[in-house]
Design a protein around this ligand. Structure first.
Ligand SMILES: NC(=O)C1=CN([C@@H]2O[C@H](COP(=O)(O)OP(=O)(O)OC[C@H]3O[C@@H](n4cnc5c(N)ncnc54)[C@H](OP(=O)(O)O)[C@@H]3O)[C@@H](O)[C@H]2O)C=CC1
Ligand SMILES: O=C(O)[C@@H]1CCC=N1
Length: 274
């Protein structure tokens, strides 16, 4: 159901666009969404597609918003938040940035306490996102509900008790779509190398992911059991999985996700100083 929640976005890039695409005309009218970004082309695209209002710089319209979403890169966050400070009083500030800690955002905003840190992902664009979220102590129940409603409008939400878990969430689901696309790209490449057309490889790889993910989502069995059901004794899947184990694929994936979480922590330390 569409309401009248006024939401400001600081940064109208990839992730903000995915969120706006999931929210506009659904949770709230596009005209209730105000986007600030220095990039005129990005603003024009968002304005014409979703009917949002726009500004090339932080402006007074943000003071009218009930929720302000911080959606710039971690490297840009401190400058942006310090410019935003005069326009923030009672609003809920919702950050989607990797790494940047709530305590640092609060300090840059002059002690503002109504902050929710979130980690969404780009399938939000089609209402299939998943967001990990954690609220600072100064967030009211109504604001927590508003944050949850925004993120549930674009997918599922998982609330965390401890902010440090946002880095593992970033590693698993925030960055996760990229790992899936990477795996699909590898399957497409193999398909072509074995004689299928690019179009056939594309369709076979993508539909396999869609079908397998849906099967896992609907199943009461663990995914390991679903995997075993594909793996006939002495058959083709066994040959593939044995090859993957021999190449250390699972260990490499675990290591990669730990590297992502470590980078999240490092971003907080690197850009959360002062
Ligand atoms: N992409 C993803 O899948 C996800 C991203 N995130 C988080 O979302 C945030 C944005 O990431 P992403 O969308 O990928 O990055 P983008 O670079 O696509 O978006 C950031 C946008 O902010 C703009 N910007 C720069 N300075 C300002 C400013 N002073 N005021 C307003 N806007 C400004 C940038 O413009 P310009 O390009 O000109 O600098 C750019 O358009 C990051 O903090 C990231 O950690 C979280 C979950 C998933
Ligand atoms: O790559 C990044 O840093 C951001 C955070 C999660 C997905 N994209």
């Amino acid at each position: 159901m569409q309401g009248n929640l006024k939401i400001g976005f600081i940064g109208g890039g990839n992730m903000a666009s995915a969120l706006i695409g999931g929210l506009a005309g659904k949770l709230t009218a596009g005209a209730n969404i105000h986007v600030v970004d220095p990039n005129a082309d990005a603003l024009q695209k968002l304005q014409s597609t979703f009917g949002v209002t726009t500004s090339p710089q932080i402006d007074a319209a943000l003071a009218q918003c009930e929720v302000i979403v911080l959606s710039v890169k971690p490297q840009q966050m401190k400058d942006v938040v310090q410019q935003l400070r005069p326009h923030v009083s009672k609003q809920l500030v919702l950050s989607i940035a990797a790494g940047i800690r709530a305590v640092d955002l609060s300090r840059w905003l002059g002690g503002h306490a109504a902050i929710v840190r979130t980690m969404p992902n780009t399938p939000a664009l089609i209402g299939k996102g998943i967001t990990g979220m954690v609220a600072m102590d100064g967030v009211s129940d109504a604001q927590r509900n508003a944050a949850d409603a925004i993120m549930r409008a674009v997918g599922a939400t998982v609330w965390l008790d401890n902010e440090s878990l946002i880095d593992p969430v970033t590693a698993v689901s925030g960055s996760g779509p990229a790992y899936v696309f990477y795996f699909i790209e590898a399957m497409q490449q193999a398909a072509q190398e074995m004689g299928l057309t690019a179009e056939q490889g594309n369709q076979l790889a993508i539909e396999t992911f869609v079908g397998a993910a849906q099967l896992a989502a609907n199943s009461t069995d663990p995914v390991s059991v679903l995997r075993e059901r594909v793996t006939s004794k002495g058959g083709t899947t066994y040959a593939a999985l044995t090859s993957m184990d021999g190449s250390g694929v699972k260990d490499a994936i675990v290591k990669a996700l730990k590297a992502a979480a470590a980078r999240g922590k490092e971003l907080g330390e690197e850009f959360g100083k002062d």
